[in-house]
Design a binder for this molecule. Structure first.
Ligand code: PMP
Length: 417
């Protein structure tokens, strides 16, 4: 290791230009970043793995087949033939890309039709389609609130909410994770002259628990706050038709904005926000991450639309993913693993310390199980975890294979006894 560090230092020296000798070079942090290279050399590097083949539940990496427990492909739709066909047809008809923003020259009838469909799906008057889910949170939050407003944010909210909140320059008030008492204490003491906006995840992306929406909407109404729910992980999974967290609790009318992504259950890429028509109309004409970026390509729009049809036509997928998740949760808990607060297809296995998490990740990978090691800042210090997630298309033998391997590796590392 010390030899590697010395080599890295030499390489850094070679890169340093005389030109910067008198000034602090903004590239210094990059030249000094050796952590990923060290991990790669030690074969403990778990990121940007090169997937060579995928049949959704199994992928091939470095020529080896592994069970995929690290995707957000909850309904297993990424290789659905009807979705692929819809994409191919749209490419033939409209071409590969739109070469501009929806605002000026990239808006197809397909985008507008998808918005009508999405609004109906989640039970809102209107919707607006974006090119990424990240862009929805970044842009919509910053367009809805600004300096002089208060933004209440769960401490485990997704990074895109965190960044959207900063981008807005509203005063950010973080409350303890899913802790409605803490939120009420903070919102009741807040300046009454300022606008209030609460933003939460529906299903939290690392812990796999569901927001306490019934209490949250009461607080929002009592203290005059507007409420936005991020349904990135809930769409297709929660609600009687897969129509999200608000529908799951029967509280669609009480949630002012519902955002979702196309990058998980809908098996594509992109995102949307749904709300009352005047709200969407305002966002459509003011949100910088929609106006100043290229439109979602025709194939992608057509595939999302088809994925929504399939969700409606094939309700077994939603039932199956929940069944698979419940089976895994029950059995991992029975073995003695700490799966935190998970009640959804996102099932974290909490390990704690960072290096141990990487060791467990590696052993599981070598045993043929693909998981995602998650370390700070994505999780709090000493709550490093392996994020696993399940699909409707995982079959029983694959779930049992996963449990066998977790048992073997968990024992080896003393995580279970
Ligand atoms: N919100 C949450 C909760 C997410 O997990 C993600 C993606 N990981 C996003 C928003 C961003 O979505 P996208 O991948 O569509 O940019």
């Amino acid at each position: 290791l010390s030899e590697m560090k010395e080599i890295a230092k030499q390489k850094l020296k070679a890169r340093k230009s005389e030109f910067f000798s008198e000034y602090p070079d903004v590239f210094n942090k990059m030249y000094n970043f050796t952590r990923a290279k060290t991990a790669k050399a030690l074969r403990y590097y778990p990121y940007f793995l090169k997937i060579q083949e995928s049949d959704t539940t199994e992928v091939v990496i470095e020529g080896k087949k592994v069970l995929m427990l690290g995707s957000n492909n909850y309904l297993g739709l990424t290789k659905h033939p009807e979705i692929a066909e819809a994409g191919i047809e749209a490419i033939r008809r409209y071409g590969s890309g739109l070469t501009g923003s929806r605002f000026l020259n990239g808006n197809l009838v397909l985008h507008d039709e998808l918005e009508v469909k999405l609004a109906r799906f989640v039970g809102k008057e209107a919707a607006l389609v974006f090119s990424t889910g990240f862009g929805v949170n970044l842009g919509v939050i910053a367009t809805t609130v600004g300096p002089g407003d208060l933004l209440f944010s769960d401490e485990l909210n997704h990074a895109s909410i965190v960044d959207g909140s900063r981008f807005s320059r509203a005063e950010i008030i973080r409350f303890k994770h899913n802790n409605m008492k803490d939120l009420e204490n903070k919102i009741s003491a807040a300046d009454k002259t300022k606008g209030r906006f609460i933003v939460v995840d529906g299903i939290f992306s690392m812990e796999g628990d569901i927001i306490n929406l019934p209490e949250l909407v009461q607080i929002a109404r009592k203290y005059g706050a507007r409420l936005m729910v991020d349904d990135a992980h809930s769409l297709g999974v929660l609600g009687p038709k897969g129509n999200g967290t608000a529908a799951h609790f029967g509280l669609t009318d009480q949630v002012d904005m519902i955002m979702g992504t196309f990058s998980k259950s809908l098996a594509c890429v992109g995102g949307f926000v749904a709300a009352e028509e005047p709200v969407i109309d305002y966002l459509k004409h003011h949100t910088r991450t929609m106006i100043f970026t290229a439109a979602l390509p025709p194939s992608n729009v057509a595939m999302v639309s088809k994925a929504l049809d399939i969700i409606e036509k094939e309700p077994w997928r939603r039932k199956k993913v929940l069944e698979n998740a419940a089976y895994i949760q029950k059995n991992l808990k029975k073995m003695g693993f700490n799966i935190g607060m998970s009640t959804t297809p996102v099932v974290p296995v909490i390990i704690g310390e960072e290096m141990k998490t990487f060791r467990v990740w590696k052993d599981l990978f070598e045993e043929g199980v693909y998981t995602n090691p998650v370390i700070p800042p994505a999780v709090p210090e000493n709550r490093c975890l392996l994020r696993t997630s399940y699909m409707a298309t995982h079959i029983q033998s694959q779930l049992n294979f996963c449990l066998d391997k977790f048992y073997k590796v968990g024992k080896k590392h003393g995580i279970i006894t």
